[in-house]
Design a protein around this ligand. Structure first.
Ligand SMILES: *Cc1c(COP(=O)(O)O)cnc(C)c1O
Length: 468
């Protein structure tokens, strides 16, 4: 007998067993965390709508937006930002979940927009987002989109690389209006994004911007550092670095910066990003990591409060006027309020005991983030049943790469059951694809009301642009 595969199996089994213990002890088994309830029939409900009926009536898979949860999360963030200096703004990161009907709700509730592509800028324009609540980031800004941004007088076009400066100058000349610009700082030396501070590149680009003062108004310094942070420390450390840079700008170029834009990354207590080791163990041994623990996440009030305090202290030390803050949360605003419902198509038990749960949603079409984030799963029509069965939860694309969750402990399931994937409101629809199947509908549920935010794609829609 070859000892290597044997040891591998033993190790794998031990790790999966450990994972099952974690899954069973998970504090995420409470649907109330997502403002969901359980009916007397044991079904998961959102705003009094039975998820099983929703999937039956609107088709599966189905994305369901829970407005009650959404408004709560918006309210928490807006409340937290009351600690920030007057004139500070919350701009939703469009790439997190670019569904126009959803964005409309966010704008109605006071959020602005942070866009990273000509398409997203166009959507913001369509939705009548005022320039004063709009920041244009990203690495590929077309000339046409730059002209639109200048015309809309966006709060800042943030320069990612130096080649953009001349192009923004040209757009401003073409439109005949001064452009408000910012610089994106790459605060770590290996950063792919932004301008390096340590090498002097960021300062040189600022000099170039000032040299074009007639057309460019340097008003913003931006950085974005992480995603799903549990607490404020990465944001604080980087805000301090950015303020030190602003202080240099003031001393060397005699300019004051109106906005400090600290990007996204505010964590959601009901998901977590896998660490490098967790990801490795998951991919190698199928050991699903420990679930997120909501108690480990700093409340957003405290998170923002600590950043604001750190900014005040730094400004005092550096002798700077306190800038207004821009924040660009994506995940925090929409993650928790959206649920993906998927149907169980088949349960296959293999001779070696492996159980495959074949569903109509996997990572290649719908659930890409679940590959590197922990997401809670429920069997929506069996909420009270004990979790006693180990499943390889798979999608419907014909490749073993289309999984949803490996070694997931769930109540025993049958064809027709509905699986609820929680926290589907961040980067699910953005990453969704038309791999062999059209993309599903998105509906919104409110107290007693249901609305369609996006119709399901049809076969005709998928071939509309083909020439044949
Ligand atoms: C993606 C992104 C965000 C949003 O990040 P979250 O982690 O979802 O909050 C904000 N700003 C920029 C520049 C981004 O690229």
């Amino acid at each position: 007998m070859n000892p290597v595969p044997y040891l591998w199996r033993v190790l794998s089994r031990a790790l999966v067993k450990k994972s099952h213990v974690w899954q069973q002890a998970s504090s995420l088994r409470d649907p109330d965390l997502w403002d969901c309830t359980v009916s007397t029939a044991g079904h998961l409900c959102v705003a009094d709508f039975d998820c099983v009926e929703l999937a039956n009536n609107y088709g599966s898979p189905l994305l369901v937006v829970n407005y009650q949860r959404l408004l709560k999360d918006i309210g928490q963030m807006m409340g937290a930002m009351r600690q920030a200096p007057e004139g500070s703004k919350v701009l939703y990161s469009y790439k997190t979940n670019c569904i126009p009907a959803l964005l409309q709700v966010l704008h109605e509730n006071g959020l602005g927009a942070e866009v990273i592509s000509p398409y997203e800028l166009w959507v913001a324009h369509k939705l009548n987002v005022p320039g004063d609540k709009l920041v244009y980031n990203g690495v590929d800004k077309s000339d046409e989109s730059l002209r639109l941004a200048v015309t809309m007088d966006v709060l800042a076009v943030n320069v990612d690389h130096r080649e953009e400066v001349q192009r923004i100058v040209q757009a401003a000349k073409d439109v005949g209006r001064r452009a408000r610009v910012g610089v994106r700082l790459g605060l770590s030396n290996s950063s792919q994004f932004g301008l390096s501070v340590d090498s002097g590149e960021a300062m040189e680009v600022c000099r170039e911007i000032i040299a074009h003062e007639k057309w460019l108004d340097l008003c913003c310094v931006h950085f974005s550092v992480t995603s799903n942070a549990k607490d404020s420390w990465i944001h604080r450390i980087n805000a301090e670095k950015a303020l030190a840079f602003i202080s240099c700008l003031q001393q060397e170029l005699d300019i004051q910066i109106e906005y400090l834009d600290i990007g996204g990354g505010y964590g959601v207590p009901t998901t977590k990003n896998m660490s490098g080791v967790e990801y490795g163990l998951y991919r190698t041994f199928g050991c699903l990591p420990k679930p997120a623990d909501p108690l480990m996440f700093q409340a957003i009030d405290l998170f923002i409060g600590e950043i604001v305090a750190a900014v005040q202290v730094s400004c005092m030390e550096l002798g700077l006027k306190i800038p207004k803050l821009l924040i660009e949360p994506g995940r925090f605003i929409t993650s928790r309020s959206e649920i993906l419902l998927a149907k169980v198509l088949s349960v296959k038990t293999k001779p070696n005991g492996t159980r495959f749960l074949i569903t109509d949603a996997g990572r290649l079409s719908m659930t890409f983030p679940a590959e590197f984030e922990y997401h809670e799963l429920f069997v929506a029509n069996r909420m009270q049943a004990t979790m006693n069965t180990n499943y390889q939860v798979m999608g419907r694309i014909c490749t073993s790469a289309d999984w949803l969750a490996k070694n997931r402990l769930l109540p025993e399931a049958q064809p027709g059951d509905i699986i609820a994937v929680m926290d589907a409101g961040a980067y699910f629809s953005s990453y969704s694809s038309t791999f062999a199947f059209p993309r599903p509908a998105i509906v919104g549920v409110d107290n007693g009301k249901i609305s369609v935010l996006r119709s399901p794609e049809s076969f005709e829609y998928l071939t509309e642009l083909d020439h044949f």
